[in-house]
Ligand binder design. Structure first.
Ligand SMILES: NC(=O)C1=CN([C@@H]2O[C@H](COP(=O)(O)OP(=O)(O)OC[C@H]3O[C@@H](n4cnc5c(N)ncnc54)[C@H](OP(=O)(O)O)[C@@H]3O)[C@@H](O)[C@H]2O)C=CC1
Ligand SMILES: O=C(O)C1=N[C@H](C(=O)O)C[C@H](O)C1
Length: 238
């Protein structure tokens, strides 16, 4: 499979290593200095594009893939206000798009645990939920995309909560998400339920970027000849 890597930073390089290890060819490595490679004729040399850039650039990069008729796997976080527009464009232009706030198999299983735990806690009014996410200091967005996905799952099951805030809170109608930035930290997410009697905590800790990169390559292999909008739930059959 021929892959265009859009974003050649920490994730782009981790994805390159996994993709080449699986026998794929990287036809473009696109960073901020090589935006001419985002032109239609260049992108069309790839079977699939994998986009890991910045919150400011993801939206335009995805639209360029659509214009070139190239399926795109996107892992960039922090741009989700534009997601509905991207999905509409994908359907209108008959393209293929797969977004995940986290591509690792472990986190996608953790999402399922989180959803179930939130469901069980929905009728337990003694417990207060909260979240902590810990990442490296170069991370541009807070809270993390993964934390937002986890929060949305909790809010869906707990109607008493009307939203999340990116700080610790005692407001029972809000889910507090505390973001910590320390090095090194590839990504840790902690969900906690506290009552006066006890606490329940579930934690996912990434030991490296390998799981994110492997999941993104698996998603690209899966998306290559498809049309439509997909998620890691489709890829992993969860
Ligand atoms: N979904 C998931 O599983 C995961 C998602 N992420 C997300 O992926 C994104 C990237 O993370 P990471 O690799 O750590 O970040 P880095 O800062 O290491 O890399 C970002 C890359 O994007 C490049 N870039 C900036 N602007 C453009 C542009 N206009 N076109 C093409 N490339 C551009 C940068 O180029 P230059 O260096 O020249 O500035 C850099 O190479 C973040 O949003 C992060 O949150 C991260 C890990 C897992
Ligand atoms: O920027 C990162 O590094 C990560 N970003 C993703 C996120 O925002 O959730 C996924 C992972 O936690 C690493």
């Amino acid at each position: 499979m021929k892959i265009a890597l859009i974003g050649y930073g920490k994730m782009g390089k981790a994805i390159e290593a996994i993709a080449q290890g699986r026998g794929h060819e990287i036809v473009h490595r696109i960073d901020i200095n090589s935006s001419h490679l985002l032109e239609k004729e260049q992108l069309q040399q790839a079977d699939v594009a994998i986009e890991f850039t910045t919150p400011e650039t993801a939206y335009h990069n995805i639209l360029k893939c659509f214009a070139a008729n190239v399926p795109v796997v996107c892992g960039t976080t922090g741009w989700l206000e534009k997601l509905p527009e991207v999905k509409a464009q994908c359907l209108e232009q008959h393209q293929a798009f797969l977004y995940a706030s986290n591509f690792s198999v472990g986190v996608n299983i953790f999402f399922e645990l989180n959803r179930r735990l939130a469901e069980l806690m929905a009728t337990q009014s003694d417990y207060r939920s909260s979240m902590v996410e810990i990442h490296h200091t170069q991370k541009k967005d807070a809270p993390s995309g993964t934390a937002i996905t986890l929060a949305e799952q909790i809010l869906e099951k707990q109607p008493a909560k009307t939203g999340w805030v990116n700080e610790a809170t005692t407001d029972p109608t809000k889910l507090g998400i505390v973001s910590e930035r320390v090095d090194p930290a590839p990504g840790t997410h902690i969900i906690q339920y506290d009552s006066p009697i006890d606490s329940i905590t579930i934690t996912h800790t990434a030991h490296s970027r390998e799981g994110f990169a492997a999941g993104a390559v698996t998603a690209a292999e899966w998306l290559k000849d498809k049309k439509g909008i997909f998620s890691m739930k489709d890829v992993l059959s969860l």
